[in-house]
Design a protein around this ligand. Sequence first.
Ligand code: ADP
Ligand code: MG
Length: 709
Amino acid sequence: MAPYLRSLNPSISLIFFDTKIEFLKGVGPQKAALLNQELSIFTFADLLQHYPFRHEDRTTFHRISGLNEELAAAQIKGRLREWTIVGEGGKKRLVAYFTDGTGILELVWFQSISWFEKNLRPNSEYIVYGKPVFFGGRWSITHPEIDLLTNENEAGGYWQPIYPLTEKLRRKFIDSKALGKMIRSLLEIARPQIRETLPANLVQKYRLISKMDALWHFHIPQNAAWLHQAQRRLKFEELFYNQFRLIKNKLLHKTEFPGMVFGKTALVKEFYDNHLPFQLTGAQARVLREIHADLKTGRQMNRLLQGDVGSGKTIVAFITMLFALDNDAQACLMAPTEILADQHFQGLKKFAELLGINIGKLTGSTKKREREGIHEQLRNGDMQIIVGTHALIEDVVQFNNLGLCIIDEQHRFGVAQRAKLWAKNPRISPHMLVMTATPIPRTLAMTLYGDLDISAIDELPAGRKPIKTLHRYDAHRASVFGFLKEEIAKGRQIYMVYPLIEESEKMDLKDLMDGFESVSRSFPGVPLSILHGKMKAQDKDYEMGRFVRNETKIMVATTVIEVGVNVPNASVMVIENAERFGLSQLHQLRGRVGRGAEQSYCILMTSFKISKDTRLRIETMCRTNDGFEISEVDLQLRGPGDLSGTQQSGLTDLLVANLAQDTEILKAARSSAEEILDTDPNLLQPVNAPIRSHLENLRKEETNWSRIS
Ligand code: ADP
Ligand code: MG
């Protein structure tokens, strides 16, 4: 490698980072094969980017007399005395006595006892590290990390990076320390090769440390301050490139895909002037202005509309459709399930009839004869609005002039599905509006949907009574049932929901059946419905129908009712085993009530013993009805990966940044990316050269990666 080291030629630097890992001093073919296999580390670049996921504080030494149970871990310098073997069989363990002069600490090993017996040196000085536990009047650490005291480590004063590893690597003695050493020796020779990846003006503006320093101090932090700066720099870079590419795609789309110009507004006017059933909320009006602005530009709209359940997305969708109809184009709305498609159809039909608009519904269960009629009317343009499920995507569905697609999504539809809808108009891609009732925090939306523009209905229609949410323990079931009886006596209906988690479907079904029995015993003479995923579609429809018609008073169900049920007279939602639901799911379920004029309630039932996280979830539910606020808490609790609920979300690319915490950095990175794409979209200015070459590298890495995996 030596001749390359001082070279400034970028192509040579690339060769350096492409060097196979086995050529690093101290690695060799065997370890290299392990690193390839276990961690997909093939090259120098891969090793440098194998980032620690946390750092342990080894800056100071604790004294045994000063230990406390709150400490997650402590580092202690002292002398090892004697040890003994105690216990039998599975309880057999080696207990060593360790002292720093202020007290005695027991070091306990259940595993590798004979190895420690052979290798521990009595009366030698060591540094130990681990979680101290106080029990029976004594301090102990089980399976501590233990190192002989040397000149190198005796001062402490460092942070130990902890790397993602596998069991197999640990067995072969490649632990975080060993990996850290490899990376250190690589960094020493790589230093002169590491190029800045951000433009100098950004580095200056945000007072970022250089790429080289950042890599160094992320792997080998000198102190907490350097570590912090290293993290900040790497997070910024990561988010900057994430946003840069998303926004670039969005812009490309805008310049490459012209959109129909929807300038005429006759129907919209008529609807506004004569048929608007209520005054729009400020948020609805604002969102419609945002949408209309898109529709006038001549560029194709790609917009995400976020709005909590009940925030009034239907009328926004309908008015958006009118813009299309006003300009001789057709509109379609696609929903994830038949129930939801039907609900949308019913909702839109009410409005459409006022204006004499021809609207239809197409789902998997549409009868052949009817289906053919719809196909024909869509082709010749007689049908102006079509609502449906995935059946709409099928190739046989052709339009005369499709101008607008609205997608109502439960989970994220892929770009591929959007593209299929775009293709339904071969002359010019239809405008696209994606609606979601699961609000997600802005930071997450920017990353997940960075290629869409975002609108939010963050205000509920006036006069809506907020749902009262209460937490009750199972032990208080009798009083809860008493309350339910009162509500039923007032004419209300009730949902009782049981968890359904796929892995233990049988058990859940039993919970549900037991619950159903106990409810029938406690509410003699009250007609009940039951609904769960194992039932035949027609049985489900039958049970649902009875509840909708108010023939049954209590609906005992699993989460299948989560989507698409609208019974305004149902005013109480009881959620059993609420500890087993995620926050967003609880919020979605709660959205089933509060649809009528009456005061609604959501009662969360749990056992007495619940975890800290569960308590926070329940408290959040009891405190607020605001889906955006709830999604923020959910993000903090579960982390971005879980929240996005998908592998291909693009979030898996984030190695250092954490969307739950790095909001400020994300905002700065995004606005920087926007500014650069605005002023120098082709990256021709010399100051932006680092971006150009880094994008090139990223592309190259991705091709390598796709070849490997
Ligand atoms: P979403 O689809 O966002 O869950 P909907 O569009 O179904 O919500 O609206 C929920 C209810 O609120 C409907 O009954 C609707 O008629 C009503 N609604 C919507 N917007 C308003 C408004 N601005 N004022 C009063 N009621 C409204
Ligand atoms: Mg809706």
